[in-house]
Design a protein around this ligand. Structure first.
Ligand code: SF4
Ligand code: SF4
Length: 163
């Protein structure tokens, strides 16, 4: 959404394009429904963009001291990562959403290895293969200890939002 440090957003608009669900000036953006101001390579109302989420949102790739490799820029890697989406039993959990249908296998494999190495369970989303169109709410999956996977499943079965 802006220029922040050595890693610049431009021309990425993955968050503006709704791959992570946001509300901008009362208007929802979600998978398949970008913010109306997104041009696909920038914002056509940049000067008037609201503070929240436009000026404050940072994906994990653009954050200072990010652990993600250079080639994880969401517009290039096909995955948008949000740090510390929730806490589970004292562990910090990260979220990865696809920029498109699926998180590419190589990116997902890297994130899973990172989750193990860093003891940070991962929640990730994928569009269902059976759906012809992009769904607002993709499948939500978990990677981490079995008890964590079970917990994520139970929250979903009970209809409790995870974050
Ligand atoms: S997804 Fe990340 S890199 Fe892309 S525009 Fe949003 S904050 Fe910037
Ligand atoms: S108003 Fe601009 S910066 Fe904010 S989400 Fe929409 S396109 Fe992105």
């Amino acid at each position: 959404m802006s220029v922040r440090n050595a890693r610049n957003c431009q021309p990425c608009t993955a968050c503006c394009d709704g791959w992570v669900q946001i509300k901008v000036k009362g208007c929802e953006a979600y998978p398949g429904k970008p913010c109306p101001h997104s041009t696909g390579s920038g914002c056509d109302d940049y000067g008037n963009r609201p503070v929240n989420p436009c000026q404050t949102f940072e994906c994990a790739w653009v954050q200072k001291d990010s652990d993600l490799p250079d080639n994880f820029k969401p517009s290039e890697s096909g995955v948008l990562v949000i740090n510390s989406i929730l806490q589970w039993q004292g562990l910090t959990v990260d979220l990865a959403v696809p920029v498109g249908q699926k998180i590419p296998e190589a990116s997902l494999s890297w994130l899973m290895q990172y989750a193990e190495k860093s003891m940070r369970p991962l929640i990730y989303q994928q569009q269902d293969d059976n759906d012809k169109e992009i769904q607002k709410n993709p499948l939500t999956l978990a990677y981490g200890p079995p008890a964590f996977q079970q917990w994520v499943l139970e929250q979903q079965q009970k209809g409790i939002p995870l974050w």
